[in-house]
Design a binder for this molecule. Structure first.
Ligand SMILES: *Cc1c(COP(=O)(O)O)cnc(C)c1O
Length: 421
């Protein structure tokens, strides 16, 4: 459920009419609903209670500092995958003790940043990383708390670009080698082993792959304990999928996911962490765009929007579907039309939808992409020198721009012409 509903035929974000935001900010823009973000965070905390737990929001799905502040103030932890994201979490006021650091390529500089600024744990993904982390920690006179990310070799049955738990993926260490790796970790002077980490992919629409992975983690917990390791925290990753169409999809609910966690690892006496991104942020955001032209092609009509693949890359990168709806609701029983919905960028990949049946729209109308909160603004670029799309946060009848659209001067001033040219 989200808080983007029609009222008197006009799409609203909570109590704010989308055309009012468009008039103030211009199009395209992202709009996020504070109530939806809050609700989704609470779904997870409720689903995991009464287990000792922390819900660490995967910042990479939506990283605006205002959004992080909102979630951080509710008590959320944060899952970061770069020094930049670590800085965002801290700028949002989240203390280091609530930040976990994931990712296969942490640099020594990023390790130093987190060790000096405060960190809950590093989710280590390889032996070379573990050795580097130990060296950095020793040089700072501290000990780094870690989990090791294990690769359970399960098929997440999701898009190949976002599956991470098969043995051919670059993530984690093979679960079969865990004993060896944990034994080395225990010998390293700058490392303290506290748990196990697993994350098998994103946009999972079934619970079964989670079940397979978590049962393997439960077995591994018992085995590592019998080998003398104090396994007290399990980071179970993120990845729960969301419905991208209103109609036929019904991905598992956080309550069912929580029940699964309790069933598979709940009796181990561990603190449980999860790292949801998309399920918290996905349906909490819209991308709103204006119609520049309706162009009649041969056998097809193009809806040319002022938003493009650089603003929302998911359709061209993953073949992803987003519902696209008119901001002013078409009267019931009015005719629909099949449009190829495209942006102005100069490549054919800049296509949001083909032959999409939608109500008739005209030049100057506004349309909204639903479920655009996750992996939307964060993946935007300035390809074709199109300014980064601004972000707006709505709460009740308030809205505020939480990232401005850059001016062309700002964009051009980032480039410098060498004196010798
Ligand atoms: C991407 C990622 C997540 C979040 O995945 P969602 O599908 O957005 O829930 C969590 N943990 C790690 C390590 C990730 O790489």
């Amino acid at each position: 459920m989200d808080h983007f509903l029609y009222r008197n035929g006009v799409l609203h974000a909570e109590d704010v009419a989308i055309p009012d935001i468009a008039a103030a900010v211009g199009t395209p823009f992202y709009a996020y609903s504070a109530a939806t973000l809050t609700r989704h965070y609470h779904l997870f905390t409720e689903a995991l209670s009464p287990l000792p737990h922390m819900v660490c929001f995967a910042i990479k799905s939506l990283s605006n500092v205002a959004v992080l502040k909102l979630l951080g103030d509710l008590g959320a932890g944060m899952d970061v995958v770069s020094g930049g994201e670590y800085r965002r979490a801290r700028a949002a006021g989240v203390p280091g003790e609530r930040i976990v650091f994931s990712g296969v390529g942490k640099t020594r500089e990023e390790m130093r940043l987190a060790l000096t600024g405060g960190i809950r744990q590093f989710n280590v993904e390889s032996e070379p990383e573990m050795r580097a982390l130990s060296e950095v920690a020793v040089s700072l006179g501290v000990v780094a708390p870690i989990t090791v990310r294990v690769n359970p070799d399960v098929d997440a049955r999701t898009h190949e670009k976002i599956a991470t738990g098969k043995k051919e993926n670059k993530f984690g260490i093979p679960i079969a080698r865990a004993s060896e790796v944990y034994a080395e970790a225990a010998r390293l002077p700058g490392i303290e082993v506290i748990g196990i980490d697993v994350h098998i992919g994103s946009q999972l629409t079934e619970l079964e792959p989670f079940e397979q992975a978590y049962l393997k983690v439960a077995d591994l917990t018992r085995r590592l304990r019998s080998e003398g390791h104090d396994i007290r925290r399990l980071d179970l990753g993120g990845g729960l999928g969301i419905p991208y169409t209103r109609s036929n999809e019904a991905p598992p609910l956080p309550t069912d996911y929580g029940a699964l966690i309790k069933r598979t690892v709940g009796d181990l006496g561990c603190e449980v962490e999860i790292e949801p991104g998309r399920l918290i942020s996905g349906n909490a955001g819209l991308l709103v765009a204006g119609v520049i032209y309706v162009k009649n092609g041969e056998g097809r009509d193009f809806l040319i929007l002022d938003a493009a693949m650089n603003d929302l890359v998911r359709p061209s990168m993953y073949g992803a579907h987003h519902d696209i709806v008119p901001v002013v609701e078409a009267p019931a029983a009015s005719p629909t039309h099949a449009y190829d919905v495209v942006g102005p960028v100069c490549e054919t990949g800049d296509t949001f939808a083909k032959a999409r049946e939608m109500p008739l729209v005209a030049e100057g109308d506004l349309v909204a992409f639903r479920s655009a909160g996750a992996y939307g603004a964060v993946m935007a670029s300035e390809y074709n020198t199109r300014p980064l799309v601004p972000e707006v946060l709505v709460k009740g009848d308030h809205f505020a721009v939480i990232r401005e659209r850059p001016s062309f001067d700002e964009i051009l001033n980032r480039d410098t012409i060498p004196a010798w040219l």
